[in-house]
Design a protein around this ligand. Sequence first.
Ligand code: CU
Length: 257
Amino acid sequence: MADNLRIRKAVHNLSDSEVSAFRDAYGQMQAITDNRGYAYFAGLHGVPNWYCQHSTDTAPAYYFLPWHRAYLYNLELAVRSRVPDVTLPWWDWTLRPPRQSAIPKIFADRTDGSGAANPLYSFRINLTNPSIHHATTRKPGSPDDLPAQTDVDDVLSTGDWTDFTLALENRLHNLVHGWVGGDMGIVAVAAFDPIFYSHHCMIDRLWWLWQVRNGNGSMPDDLLDTVLPPFNMKVRDVLSVNTLGYDYAAAQAVVPI
Ligand SMILES: [Cu+2]
């Protein structure tokens, strides 16, 4: 592995200084109203621009995983142009309290350590067309209703590309969106909730873990040259996370020595 890869870590493995840097980066982006800002990126997914690709596409053209990988990649570059060493952390929703609160503390706390508003808790949507003006909220379910590691293992054991992408999207991804509830449960506004990107980072990581085992599986060839608007990237450009310059850390907590 090249040593210049950006390493994405699990939320539960972030150090205090990494949490502060991540907060700082989102906080800075949330204050920017042009196309380097948080509202711009959030607005690419659902309202007002509607670029996201989900399984509502015509079979077998499933762009859900490639499109969201391109999305996170571009968001991460924007994040790093604010705070250079930040990478997107994944939310491992298979962890249960007390190891990790169901909505991880870094997202659930209303304030940061200093008493200022926590940029990971909520973001205020201010759109004129359509007219939407509210701060994002969540209505999480019971921790026991989140997917367990056995559910993840089950999806990862699916060998065929189409079966895998549909299982990952419909059985794990959709379930967690609905479990978080509030804005996260509505495609149009889900990406305005700051936890969205860490949920999708987990999904992207699971795709990568599957790719390490299966390569691209039986992904249809005609998918590969499809462009993923608004990004100037094709499906084939996003197949390797290492080519995109990042990798995923080992999931187990690394005990600092
Ligand atoms: Cu999603």
